[in-house]
Design a protein around this ligand. Structure first.
Ligand SMILES: C[S@@+](CC[C@H](N)C(=O)[O-])C[C@H]1O[C@@H](n2cnc3c(N)ncnc32)[C@H](O)[C@@H]1O
Ligand code: SF4
Length: 399
């Protein structure tokens, strides 16, 4: 597994900062974001520093992830300010520090500020290299801008670069998706994330779907998934999770920690946290979040106690989405109080249906299981749902 190539400490701790600013809203996106006025950015930076002062920092931070929104929209001076707020809390250099960038805002000045701050991984939202697809997604950048942004990121010397691509888009053919993967692999990034388009409620694409102007095609989706797995493998990328592929040593440690049900601290509006026995999220509204922080309150939405049942269930659901799968013996030791007889009965049923492969205490999805991963997850849900689940803080929700 590529994730094991880098040292992961015994108890990793992630730090996620949600930077809620975008120049425009893409037609598919439901991540919380707003327009970056000077006053809004200033208030955000002050409140992040204040929120960080409310956190009980009990150990060293192993990974940092600035997501959004578009953290790369911040001016160089603001990047420095945010980095100072983060560095004061990490207790040393994190193993991995990722920042999400959109192609339209990648400048040498911003990249230099990020490098100086200690960022060592960049995630670039390319989505597609086809003008028609970028148009269908309401993206404001061109394929040329994405290529130039990538070249600048490489020239700036970041040791690990990810490209985000999306598939199963309205009007996309198998050939145009194959062309996108070929173009992405030709750039030789260290990591590629491939996301199946989700029609998120209240986005422009969701409205089109509900008006019948675009259609869902689950059979086509399965074909896209399979071709992704085959093509990226033959281009030298090892799949380590349903949507994620990496060259050896370049799996995203921050996301691995989340999927393995480690602990992470989320700062900023809409950021989810899981630490100190609790899971919860910040309000997805800059004003409401700021007012809460001014009162000394964080993690106020969907606050849920982390019980062994909940952690075991999520370890199974998210663990199975990874190619390494789960080791039931290890999970039993971590969460002895969870209802293991019930989980094991359900896993045996999934095995009987050909969705998981069981060898000893290890369980992995079969290819069919990987295509039906949401259904497998639903089968393993036995605790009342906790809505601020770990997916609230991935770079995006799993398909
Ligand atoms: C939070 S976005 C931030 C990246 C950056 N703002 C950008 O757009 O370039 C992270 C990634 O999530 C993926 N994403 C967001 N919404 C999605 C959706 N509805 N379906 C599939 N993928 C989605 C996109 O690939 C995007 O690059
Ligand atoms: S996809 Fe990225 S740039 Fe587009 S609205 Fe979402 S966060 Fe902003």
């Amino acid at each position: 597994m590529t994730g094991q190539a880098k040292a992961v400490t015994a108890e990793p701790l992630g730090l996620y900062v949600h930077v809620p600013f975008c120049a425009t809203t893409c037609d598919f996106c439901a991540f919380y974001q707003t327009r970056p006025t000077a006053a809004a950015v200033k208030g955000f930076l002050e409140c992040v520093a204040r929120e960080a002062s409310l956190v009980p920092w009990t150990r060293r931070v192993s990974t940092v992830f600035w997501g959004g929104g578009t953290p790369g929209l911040l001016a160089a001076a603001d990047i420095e300010r945010l980095a100072a707020a983060v560095r004061g809390r990490t207790g040393g250099d994190p193993l991995e520090w990722t920042v999400e960038l959109a192609p339209g805002s990648v400048t040498q000045q911003r990249l230099a500020a990020l490098r100086d701050a200690g960022v060592n991984r960049v995630s670039l939202g390319v989505q597609s290299f086809q003008p028609g697809m970028l148009d269908a997604l309401g993206r404001r950048h061109s394929a040329g801008q994405a290529r130039r942004a990538y070249d600048r990121i490489r020239a700036a010397g970041f040791p690990s670069v990810n490209l985000d691509l999306m598939f199963a888009l309205p009007g996309q053919t198998a050939q145009s998706w194959a062309d996108d993967m070929r173009e992405a692999a030709a750039l030789a990034p260290d990591h590629i994330s491939t996301y199946c388009l989700t029609f998120e409620e209240d986005t422009a694409l969701w409205v089109k779907l509900s008006q019948g102007r675009v259609r869902l095609d689950p059979r086509k989706e399965a074909g896209f998934y399979k071709s992704t797995w085959e093509r990226l493998a033959s281009a030298g990328y090892v799949q380590y999770e349903i949507s994620n592929f990496a060259r050896p040593g370049h799996a995203c440690l921050h996301n691995l920690n989340t999927w393995r049900m480690g602990e992470w601290i989320g700062l900023g509006p809409s950021a989810a946290s899981q630490h100190g026995g609790w899971r919860g999220a910040n309000p997805a509204d800059l004003g409401e979040w700021s007012r809460g922080i001014a009162r000394g309150e964080r993690m106020t939405e969907d606050r849920t106690e982390l019980t062994p049942e909940l952690l075991a269930e999520d370890s199974l659901i998210f663990g199975l989405r990874m190619n390494e799968g789960v080791d039931l013996a290890v999970l039993r030791r971590r969460f002895p109080g969870a209802p293991w007889r019930e989980f094991e009965a359900r896993i045996a049923r999934l095995g009987g249906d050909g969705l998981v492969k069981i060898s000893g205490s290890k369980v992995r999805l079969t290819e069919r299981g990987r295509l039906l991963a949401d259904a497998v997850g639903a089968e393993l849900m036995i605790t009342p749902a906790a809505s601020a689940g770990p997916e609230a803080r991935q770079t995006r929700a799993p398909p």
